[in-house]
Design a protein around this ligand. Structure first.
Ligand SMILES: [Zn+2]
Length: 408
């Protein structure tokens, strides 16, 4: 959770110390002032100065008098998680999910809003309008900032979406655009990376140190957390497991390569195969019931049809589960996480996906990497991305609160 400071700068050191104390207070919940010094490793003077700042910001509040361990009975401080709020937005396939969370990542409000189109300008306009409504609805409350979970590859430092092929987004300065419309700090991450942070803060990843989140939806991607921090790689492109080769001479992929995991397990390709099977007259009553027009089928509906036993959907989802399991075994062997979370709409298929998935993981992962990882299905489900987007703000809370207090 700590903000990593650049070495050697005094203000960064202060920010890092503030983050340490904020996280400690979040863990302890109620504490005597001196516990903040004793348990943080900071000097008493430094800890008390920061505690005073946090009290001024409303994050710590007086909470009565505690019991004495010899000497004067201590004044207690209480962590106030909703003193400041964060907004998380995830760009979905057709709409945006918008959540408000407190500093614990607890969702206080959730909304689904439609954009006029998938164009960046319309997405930003819909997001800005949603933020304006939230500020009216939460009048008098203080917002720290906005996190945005975007499709495609994202330059996280610049808050720019480099490219999202299926949305036709190219080099979109999303953070700048949304900040201009809202006046709030904005942070952007790819959806799977955001979802990994969401699960870490509030879902199946709570307590994990090294986490891999595997998203199985229209596309396939991972969010990787190492030592509590998101691993993004040299070009913020780490985790593109959908484009790892799984069949050397397999079918062509949308990325230009051949035989990627995407070509055998992505919702996009499964839907094409389902439509072809329906067109060829195979039995697919469940699929036809869900979407009389096969073009309107979604990955989620395909997964639900598989859960209900539709034969086309079952065949496709079982094959996807096997291939996802093969990829997951490689991820366990490469990264040796202590937590592995499978998420995304395909998980709605339940055992039809999970049984072949787990069988492949268990067979192919090394005994040591398999034994040291807890494998779980996403707890946050469709909210993982938006909660994770809010966590981009929550993780920077100590810095953002300081900046906000200076503006007051
Ligand atoms: Zn590919």
């Amino acid at each position: 959770m700590a903000v990593s400071p650049a070495p050697g700068r005094v203000e960064d050191l202060r920010a890092a110390n503030r983050a340490v104390l904020l996280n400690l207070a979040r863990t302890l919940r109620t504490m005597p002032r001196r516990a903040l010094a004793n348990q943080s490793g900071l000097s008493r003077a430094a800890a008390y100065a920061i505690a005073n700042d946090l009290q001024r910001a409303g994050i710590l509040a007086n909470d009565g008098i505690g019991t004495s361990s010899g000497g004067r009975r201590p004044q207690l401080l209480r962590f106030v998680p909703d003193a400041w709020l964060a907004i998380g937005i995830e760009m979905g396939e057709r709409d945006l999910t918008v959540v408000v969370t407190d500093l614990d990542g607890t969702v206080l409000h959730r909304d689904q809003v439609l954009a006029d189109s998938l164009a960046p300008s319309d997405a930003v306009a819909a997001a800005a309008a949603a933020v304006a409504r939230l500020r009216t609805g939460f009048a008098g409350r203080r917002f720290l900032g906005i996190g945005f979970a975007s499709p495609g590859t994202v330059d996280m430092d610049a808050g720019r979406v480099r490219g999202a092929v299926s949305y036709d987004w190219h080099d979109v300065p999303l953070a700048d655009l949304l900040r201009e419309r809202t006046g709030l700090p904005v942070f952007v991450a790819n959806r799977s990376k955001a979802a990994a942070l969401g699960e870490l803060l509030r879902g199946a990843g709570v307590g994990a140190r090294h986490l891999v989140y595997l998203y199985a939806g229209r596309g396939i991607a991972t969010g990787i957390v190492v030592d509590g921090e998101l691993y993004v790689g040299a070009a913020s492109a780490a985790g593109e497991v959908g484009h790892v080769t799984i069949l050397p001479d397999g079918p062509p992929c949308e990325c230009g390569n051949r035989g990627c995991l995407h070509t055998v397990a992505s919702g996009a390709v499964l839907l094409e195969q389902a439509r072809a099977a329906l067109a060829a007259g195979h039995d697919g009553g469940g699929l036809r019931r869900r979407a009389p027009d096969p073009q309107a089928l979604t990955t989620l509906e395909l997964a639900r049809a598989a859960r209900e036993g539709d034969p086309i959907a079952v065949r496709l989802v079982r094959a996807a589960g096997r291939h996802l399991g093969i990829a997951a075994a490689s991820l366990l062997n490469t990264l040796n996480p202590d937590r592995f979370v499978l998420g995304g709409p395909l998980t709605e298929a339940g055992p039809t996906l999970l049984e072949p998935f787990l069988a492949e993981v268990e067979e192919r992962a090394l005994a040591s990497t398999f034994a040291s990882a807890r494998l779980l299905v996403s707890v946050l489900g469709a909210d993982a991305g938006s909660v994770g987007a809010a966590s981009l703000v929550v993780r920077r809370a100590s810095l953002l609160i300081d900046q906000a207090m200076q503006r007051l």
